[in-house]
Design a protein around this ligand. Sequence first.
Ligand code: HEC
Ligand code: HEC
Length: 281
Amino acid sequence: MPSFRVLLAFAVLFAPTVAVAQSGDGGRGSYLVNGLMACGSCHTPKGPQGDIAEKAFSGGLTFDEGPFKVTASNITPDPETGIGSWSADDLKRLLRTGVRPNGVPLAPIMPTGFYGLMSEEDLDQAVAYLRSVPAVKNKVPDPVYRAVIPRQVFPGAEKPYTATDIQAPVARGFYLATLAHCMECHTPMGPRGRDFANDLGKGGFELKGPWGISISRNITQSTTKGLGGWTDAEIKRAITKGISKDGSHLAPPMSFASYERASEADLDAIVAWLRTLPARD
Ligand code: HEC
Ligand code: HEC
């Protein structure tokens, strides 16, 4: 059990988000999973109207890349086609390490390299929530692995944060933006994976899907190519509504509708962190 001091810090720290979450659909776990972590953006089947809510988390997008062909798994508690037979610890281990209970690592499409910093408390809440969603029977195709791709851990996500680590807005913004894996999409791919040290936030990464091809944009503080000349409100509107500074609509797959569930305080923290990113042109 966490000590009283830690619990207190946690309660104070998350007071604004807890208040928001309580007026919605229940708790910190749902707030994270359906909000900034946007698990359903990959794991929920889509119809013409977007997510099929009654089949939430029962299997989603297929990624057919050179080294693998994988489908986002059924992560509902259905014992046969989902993860109903997994323990809470199995699920926690997978989120932190990308390795299944049977020892088979996931294709690195699922951004587990970003989840290692998730605090114990948040991990517990997210896992408890996932284990409480309705079980849906839906068999997704088995994964095909043709080559092993090394898993890249995002710098700063090597170990879990504590509640005290995320008290200051910039640190909290880094924490939340990492759970939202912003920099996975917004950092270009180099010959040896993403060069987070030199290209962080530079954009230019291609994302192919049913929407066609989207190219991520520069979200560094560059005043010519990035967000340097944007107001905080414009940045938050892009994140939550998918509207760029000039009013144009942004294309998928960024999870605007999920991010819109984030509290104002959490969005402000993300912007505070984005403001610290050195300009890259
Ligand atoms: C960018 C897309 C994407 C996001 C976001 C994502 N996943 Fe996944 N996930 C996948 C894919 C694809 C697989 C299957 C990979 C494979 O078969 O190698 C997977 C596999 C899994 C598995 C393994 C299930 C099994 O039966 O082996 C679990 C559990 C899981 N994801 C949970 C989550 C949770 C919880 C979140 C949110 C915190 C999440 N995922 C976010 C794409 C994603
Ligand atoms: C799944 C990939 C993906 C993730 C995750 C993602 N983005 Fe994006 N983002 C994109 C793409 C692609 C575009 C450009 C879409 C277009 O050109 O229409 C974009 C556009 C933007 C823009 C608009 C920039 C402009 O010049 O109009 C901002 C701001 C932004 N993202 C911030 C973020 C932040 C902050 C996060 C994390 C909370 C994030 N993104 C997560 C893919 C992603």
